[in-house]
Design a protein around this ligand. Structure first.
Ligand code: C2O
Ligand code: CU
Length: 411
């Protein structure tokens, strides 16, 4: 199927670095539309964040751009187009960015990266060209009808029996929240969104939700040779790939913790708080929103294609949602006043989820993207320690395009 790909493939090449090292990518745009690359989850220098229109102008067809940045954290990250991403990512412009520990905590039998995607394929076997459909934009986004792993349909993924492998999962879908049956793999989790947990953990529930943009690293120790299906449960349970387990010569299972990255801990008692109300979409209660400085409602709002808003504003306004000085602890109180779940992504920072719908959360892994269900509230906290202009948006790419985005500034 014809796709758009980095170096002509989907996913693009795995870009691999070492914690604290420098990544250099010379990017040449051979599309016939402007584009840019975002390095999702990297606590990156602002000018390299790749957000067309906020941190750089989009790279014009035929032009090149040098992305050069250090990678402060080990873990599983990814890169993807960040201009018209609802079309460009859907056509295949994404890949994995893996940062290795400076001193590896353990040597997994295998280190497997699986980029998961769903595509909307037309009956002719081509990518469905119905981009920009307002039904998708105003409901749950562009959901696909064809699941792939590393661009392949129902691939076999080799694993060694009796030994511990690291499996990195990346959800590159435009809008689908994957519901993964990980219990049947006997997996434990060692990292979310790149950042290691203090110790490997059992899954809190099953199937496990992996939202667009999110990652998780698993340890899998298959007992005996055979096959283990990777099952997606958001529709009828569907095995979209399988691990083929082959005997290993030495049998040595280990489940060690990864080494932590060093992130600044937010000071909750002295944090500055901001409220974000998410509204809009079908079956929502939003009657109007400010679009490009003008209040629109009804058919006029729908015709503007901006049908979601944060605090009454659809899309980016000239003023940031908030501005703080570098080093400030920030708490965001996010309320989902819509009929849909969303996957909210903070650029340039990782945060801790401290409460959900008024219940305090004790277990607070670092994340860069969180899921929020309809009518839920979520309280997140982080230290705004990275200077620049940072996007905060829904990673359901149709929602982002239809207004679900804002930005904040750290000076
Ligand atoms: Cu992975 Cu602003 O996105
Ligand atoms: Cu959304």
């Amino acid at each position: 199927m014809p796709i758009w790909g980095y170096d002509g493939a989907v996913p693009g090449p795995i870009i691999r670095g070492r914690k604290g090292g420098t990544i250099r990518v010379r990017f040449r745009n051979e599309l016939d539309q402007p584009t840019s690359i975002h390095w999702h989850g990297i606590r990156i220098e602002n000018s390299m964040d790749g957000v067309a229109g906020l941190t750089q102008p989009a790279v014009e067809p035929g032009d090149t751009f040098d992305y050069v940045f250090t990678v402060p954290d080990a873990g599983t990250y990814w890169y993807h187009a960040h201009n018209r991403s609802w079309e460009q990512v859907e056509r295949g412009l994404y890949g994995a960015l893996i940062v290795d520990e400076a001193e590896p905590a353990f040597a997994p039998a295998q280190d497997v990266t699986l980029v998961l995607d769903d595509w909307r394929v037309s009956p002719s076997g081509r990518i469905d060209e119905g981009f920009g459909d307002m039904g998708d934009w105003s409901h749950g986004g562009r959901l696909g009808n064809w699941l792939t792993i590393n661009g392949a349909t129902r691939p076999d993924i080799p694993l060694a029996a009796g030994r511990t492998s690291r499996v990195r999962l990346i959800n590159a879908a435009n809008a689908r929240i994957l519901e993964l049956d990980l219990e049947s793999l006997g997996a434990t989790v060692v990292a979310y969104d790149g950042q290691p947990l203090a110790a490997p953990e059992a899954l809190a529930y099953n199937p496990f939700l992996l939202g667009p943009g999110q990652r998780m690293d698993l340890l899998v120790t298959p007992g005996a040779p055979g096959t283990l299906a990777l099952i997606e449960m958001s529709g009828d349970p569907f095995a979209f790939g399988q691990f083929v387990v082959t005997p290993a010569d030495d049998q040595e299972a280990e489940a060690p913790a990864l080494l932590p990255n060093l992130l600044p801990e937010p000071d909750l008692a002295n944090a500055v708080e901001f409220d974000l109300d998410m509204a809009g979409g079908m079956m929502g209660r939003m009657t109007g929103a400010i679009v490009d400085g003008r209040y629109l409602e009804g058919e006029e709002l729908f015709a503007s294609r901006q049908v979601w808003a944060f605090n009454g504003v659809a899309g980016l306004s000239p003023e940031p949602f908030f501005g703080v000085e570098r080093g400030t602890s920030v708490i965001l109180n996010v309320t989902n006043d819509t009929a849909f779940p969303h996957a909210m992504h903070v650029h340039g920072h990782h945060f801790r989820i401290v409460a959900r719908s008024d219940s305090e959360i004790d277990h607070r892994p670092w994340r860069d993207t969180f899921l929020i269900g309809p009518t839920q509230t979520t309280r997140i906290a982080f230290v705004a320690d990275n200077p620049g202009k940072w996007l905060f948006h829904c990673h359901m790419l149709e929602h982002q395009a239809a207004g679900m985005k804002t930005w904040f500034e750290v000076t």
